[in-house]
Design a protein around this ligand. Structure first.
Ligand code: F6R
Length: 615
């Protein structure tokens, strides 16, 4: 969703801000703009479409050089993606400029009041009212930070705001309620951004802003207060992602790079969590063992790909701990009055740590007295900060909109939590935990092996580029994998794709099968749960009998599927519960290649945003 950058220092603000916006492009956007303070005034430029349009505009009509500036990439909510609706928005005198992420719910009332007071508003956005309100408050206070505090107290909704005023040329002010905003502190310079990717090329020293806080950035320091003006306590941290991690590193797309990084991401997520004797040590789970023993239910809340990770976690949690586990779409959760209490452990899974639906779900759970454990990839983000404990995944920055390496690391983290629960509750013996840990430690190598054998999958994907529909089937943990395969294809290839539990097929969806329809089937291991395996082999026969083209993902050595597979994709032998870690990889590669073959933008699919900060 919207990307924000603010800068004050001694470099060219325009250059720093444009470079920062480029690094935030992955968040998804449909217009962009900048404003700089220079020569006692304020100059702005904004354009619908991608950053390249804004760059052209800046070549045709250059802005003066200044060392204080703000920039924005907008993902349209109020009003379409036009030049007029792009941010920054200015007041009528052109002295204040503001950029915004989120939604101001009472903007219609505020807009009406401003019109009555003679302001002229030229866009359809909710943001523009803030520029006008700031101008009014600044004329009374001559202090942008104070003006921001006064304005914020009148706003309803979720918002991050960043503003500059021509009368305070060395100041950038930001405000945060619910939407993300981080501060970067450099030598004689300071940054504000939606996430650290925008400034890690300049500094790794960051400050996390809390709810309802206003930050004033000057070259020589940063001041943070609450909306009420009281000084606020802040948490500083060091960003451990390096700038190179957020570069494509020779790959055509971030998604390809991130798929390739999965073996490392999986192994990194285990680091520091297993002691020399092979025991699991999750010190981060700051919920005490006695509290965990009291839990009688686990509820997982998440969205999209993270939700699929949660669905897989349910199998592991229930199997290893015997605690009932529900998995719920975060966007549905709080609206159905879920049954929660102090004996419910809620697990919120989120790559970005900023997904509003998940944040609202966890807040609801905490209000009901439940403990919340976050599984998150982004240090300093809102979801871990508002949770009782957090287990960070170590995927590194995920830039492509479609989640890949974060998903695999979410799975690893979920397995660790499930094992830990089993360990503290005594449903898993130490040697059993160590055995699973050993299997998990080998998964990075197994993922690498899958990656080495993907050329036939790419070839197959290219040959299907003109298809309209692909179906995905799975059973047990293969079912969420099928859903994930379908989601990847929808979002990247813009194709109709659906995932089904294979056993459900005969209850309706089998009517969809016709001649040559590609159907991907994720086959469980024939070992151990052979009943499950036999059933899915029957399902493959059923669809093949109706003319479908079967694309079968099956374990090495599984010969039973061979006669029924038009295309066979082999994956290494893994324990049943861990199979999603290897079975998902060919589906990621398949979707990426098919999208490329259809000429789609792989890293930034249409209409999508990386971090969904509105409900
Ligand atoms: C799909 C995808 C999304 C996210 C979802 C949750 O590839 O990336 O479905 O998984 O928006 O995002 P996070 O994990 O940041 O809460």
């Amino acid at each position: 969703m919207c990307g924000i950058v603010g800068y004050v220092g001694s470099q060219s603000a325009l250059e720093v801000v444009m470079a920062g916006l480029k690094r935030l492009e992955y968040r998804g956007y449909d217009s962009a703009g900048v404003a700089v303070l220079a020569d006692g005034g304020l100059a702005a430029a904004k354009k619908a479409g991608k950053l390249v349009n804004l760059e052209k505009e800046l070549v045709e009509k250059p802005l003066p050089t200044g060392s204080t500036g703000i920039g924005h990439t907008r993902w349209a909510t109020h009003g379409g993606p036009t030049d007029a609706n792009a941010h920054p928005h200015l007041d009528n005198a052109g002295r204040v400029a503001v950029v915004h992420n989120g939604i101001i719910e009472n903007f219609a009332v505020l807009r009406g009041e401003l019109l009555e007071r003679g302001h002229e508003l030229t866009s359809e956005t909710d943001t523009e009212v803030v520029a006008h309100l700031l101008a009014e408050e600044f004329s009374a206070t001559a202090d942008l930070a104070e003006a921001m505090r006064l304005v914020c107290r009148r706003l309803e909704g979720a918002f991050t705001l960043v503003a500059v005023h021509a009368d305070e040329p060395d100041v950038v002010v930001g405000a945060r309620r619910n939407s993300p905003l981080v501060v970067g502190v450099g030598e004689g310079e300071a940054f504000l951004a939606s996430d650290v990717a925008a400034f890690i090329a300049h500094t790794r020293s960051a400050i996390e802003l809390g709810q309802d806080q206003v930050v004033e950035l000057r070259r020589d320091g940063v001041t943070v207060t609450g909306f009420d003006g009281r000084p606020a306590e802040v948490r500083s941290y060091n960003v451990d992602w390096d700038a190179a991690a957020a570069e494509k590193g020779g790959y055509d797309y971030f998604m390809l790079k991130e798929i390739a990084e999965q073996p490392k991401a999986v192994s990194d997520t285990l680091l520091g969590r297993i002691d020399a004797a092979g025991n699991l040590t999750l010190d981060e789970v700051r919920i005490s063992a006695s509290e965990l023993r009291e839990m009688d239910k686990v509820v997982i809340v998440a969205c999209g790909t993270a939700f699929h990770a949660g669905m897989i976690a349910k199998y592991a949690i229930e199997h290893w701990t015997r605690i009932p586990c529900e998995v719920e779409l975060a966007s549905e959760f709080r609206y159905r009055d879920p049954i929660l209490d102090a004996q419910t452990l809620v697990i919120a899974i989120s790559q970005s740590g900023e997904t509003m639906d998940t944040l609202m779900a966890l807040r609801h759970a905490r209000e009901q007295g439940s403990k919340v454990l976050a599984i998150c990839n982004t240090n300093g983000s809102t979801i871990p900060r508002e949770s009782d404990a957090v287990l960070y995944t170590h995927a590194g920055p995920e830039v492509a909109v479609a989640s890949t390496k974060a998903f695999l690391t979410q799975l690893v983290a979920c397995y660790l939590v499930a094992l830990y629960l089993g360990q503290v509750r005594g449903t898993k013996w130490g040697d059993e935990v160590r055995a699973v840990i050993r299997d998990l430690s080998q998964i990075g190598g197994a993922v690498e092996q899958v990656l080495q054998t993907m050329e036939p999958v790419r070839e197959l994907a290219r040959s299907l580029a003109d298809k309209n529909t692909v179906l995905f089937l799975g059973r047990h943990v293969g079912y969420p994998v099928a859903l994930e395969g379908a989601l990847k294809l929808k979002e990247l290839a813009y194709m109709h794709a659906e995932g089904f539990a294979a056993g459900e097929l005969k209850h309706g969806p089998i009517a969809l099968i016709d001649e040559d329809l590609p159907v991907v089937v994720v086959v469980p291991s024939p070992r151990g749960r052979s009943l499950l395996h036999d059933k899915i082999v029957s399902n493959i026969q059923e669809i093949r009998a109706r003319g479908a083209r079967t694309i079968v993902i099956a374990e090495e050595g599984d010969e039973a599927v061979v006669p029924y597979a038009d295309h066979l994709i082999r994956i290494p032998v893994t324990p049943t519960l861990l199979q999603p870690l290897v079975a998902t990889v060919p589906l990621q590669v398949f979707a990426c290649e098919l999208a490329t073959a259809r000429g789609n933008e792989v890293d930034q699919p249409r209409n999508l945003a990386k971090s969904v900060t509105v409900e």
